[in-house]
Design a protein around this ligand. Structure first.
Ligand code: GAR
Length: 207
């Protein structure tokens, strides 16, 4: 059994998409075993309650250092026998404490075609830049901000009349389709990273 933890800081629509995917396509070897959330008011907490996923709510401000914060999370990951981590709107950099234990076992979702527009508000940055095409990236996590070997990318057209809201909605729709199936393939080891290269199947490119 591969126990997966979803790390989230916000709405949790991708967490919910993951839950729906595995409800509709149950896999005997995969379980979403834990949600880790760093914001007490995040909507993902209510979603996790509804789906009955055990949730660890951590207040980073209560720890003296990032290392202590991550060591605490690590004890929870061990307790729930977590083998794989999916970041879904987790707005913190993963530090070496967690990374060293889960190297090659953490993936992230980002609302742009990386390496364009890393960091917060990638949708706003794409609109400000006036690009015609943006999209969604899934990548393995390294120590950088939205860096790490790319696993899958899917493009989203920016229409002339798109607002932040309409473009975010289009991006979320793509994310909800793409992320759960990539997560499944990565958690099962069908897609893996070695020496910064992604192996196992051809990179997923969708337009
Ligand atoms: C998603 O769009 C995800 O790509 C983004 O946060 C959103 C979370 O939405 N992640 C990043 O920007 C990471 N740098 P959700 O809470 O509704 O799943």
């Amino acid at each position: 059994m591969i126990n997966i933890a979803v790390f989230a800081s916000g709405t949790g629509s991708n967490y919910e998409a993951i839950m729906r995917f595995f409800k509709d396509n149950p896999h005997p070897d995969i379980r979403i075993a834990l949600v880790v959330c760093d914001r007490s008011k995040a909507k993902v907490v209510h979603k996790a309650f509804k789906w009955q996923t055990p949730t660890v709510l951590v207040n980073a401000g209560r720890f003296e250092t990032k290392v202590d914060y991550e060591k605490y999370i690590l004890t929870k990951l061990k307790q729930y026998e977590i083998g794989f981590i999916a970041l879904a709107g987790y707005m913190r950099l993963i530090g070496s404490t967690i990374l060293d234990e889960y190297r090659g076992k953490i993936i992230n979702l980002h609302p742009s075609l990386l390496p364009a527009f890393p960091g917060i508000d990638a949708v706003g940055k794409a609109l400000d830049a006036g690009v015609c095409l943006t999209g969604v990236t899934v990548h393995f996590v390294d120590q950088g901000m939205d860096t790490g070997p790319i696993i899958a990318q899917q493009a989203v057209v920016v229409d002339e009349h798109d607002t932040h809201e309409s473009l975010s909605e289009k991006i979320h729709t793509v994310e909800h389709q793409l992320y759960p199936r990539i997560l499944q393939a990565c958690a099962l080891g069908e897609i893996y990273v070695n020496n910064n290269r992604v192996y196992g199947r051809e990179k997923i490119r969708e337009i």
